[in-house]
Every structure is written in C-alpha cells, then in structure tokens.
Ligand binder design. Sequence first.
Ligand SMILES: Cc1cc2nc3c(=O)[nH]c(=O)nc-3n(C[C@H](O)[C@H](O)[C@H](O)COP(=O)(O)O)c2cc1C
Length: 174
Amino acid sequence: MRRFEDRQVEDEKITAILEAVRQAPSWANLQCWRLIVVKEASAKEELSGFSYVDSFFGPLGYKTNPAKKGIAEAPVVIVACADPSQSGVLWNQSYYMTDMGIAAQNLMLACREVGLGTVFVGVFNEEGIRDLLDIPLHIRVVGLFPIGYPLEERPAGPPRKPLSEIVFYERWEQ
Ligand SMILES: Cc1cc2nc3c(=O)[nH]c(=O)nc-3n(C[C@H](O)[C@H](O)[C@H](O)COP(=O)(O)O)c2cc1C
C-alpha cells in the first residue's frame, strides 16, 4: 500500500505494531532492531526525498521510488534500523538482515490486522537519513515503513512465480 488517507493513526495502533516487532524471533534472541517513529511533517518530507537513489532507479528507467509520495503523506513513518553487533555473523552471512526481515513481516502483518496499510521501502539514501535522524554510524538503516489508513482497496499485487519454478524436491534441479 503506497497511498494513504489524510487521517491520523491512533497511538494504540502504532504501539500494537511496535509490539509485534518486539515479539519477533531473532538470532540468539539478541533483538538487534531499533525503531524510530517519525510523525513530524518536515522530517517525513525529507525522508521522502531520501527514498530515491539515482544509481539504483536511474539505470532501471524508473523516474522515482514508487513509495516516495506515500512517505510524505503517511501520518507515521517507522524507520527500521538494526545494530549488526547485536546479531550473528557466521560463514559470511550477516543475520541482522534476516532478523530485520522477520521483524518487518511482523510489522506489515500487524498493520493489516489493525486496518492500516504500509509498504517495505528498502531503497534510500542511508547517509541522508542517518544525518536527518542522528543515527549513529554503527547502526544500519534497513527499511522505511510509511503507515496510514489505505487510500484505496489493497491492489492485487504483482503475480508470483509458480511453485514449479521455485521448489525442488529431494535435490536442486537444473
Ligand atoms: C526488501 C524489500 C524492499 C522493498 N523496497 C521497495 C521500495 O523501495 N519501494 C517500493 O515502492 N516498494 C518496495 N518494496 C515492495 C515490493 O516492491 C513489493 O513487495 C513487491 O513488488 C510485491 O508486491 P506486493 O507486496 O504488493 O504483493 C520492497 C519490498 C521488500 C521486501
């Protein structure tokens, strides 16, 4: 959901969403997530501006991030951060992204549960957001989640690959 009504969201609903993140499973239960709840209009405007990264969207031919407008108009934006030192690194895998992925799904499902819409925004200028919100250097910004009452019915969403393309039985098939 990328467009939102011009209507405030009740604090209890935001608390319920944050609680859903808090309950997520994580590497060794280290709970690496740190969340910034942004409501200030000027900050949301700036976050919206930081959701475009030329080197990513330019070559793909997109004019901008499809979520850009929604970040400015949503009553609340949750900036989801992670402290990688509070998660595992094993055999070149950084598990803070896994932790945050699960937490993000909890966040999105909780939004749906309380009648709100959101979208995972994973493309942004991290340095810009870091400066804007005083985020320390050892913390990574993982996602922006604009949250509000959906302006429209949830669109069907783009199609998924069939199971036959993504599932193998017994071993990897060529
Ligand atoms: C890690 C991640 C990053 C994403 N980043 C963006 C983004 O920057 N902008 C955007 O509009 N959507 C973003 N999305 C949303 C996906 O485009 C969307 O989930 C996908 O197209 C499937 O559509 P659906 O969720 O409506 O079914 C992101 C999703 C994920 C999981």
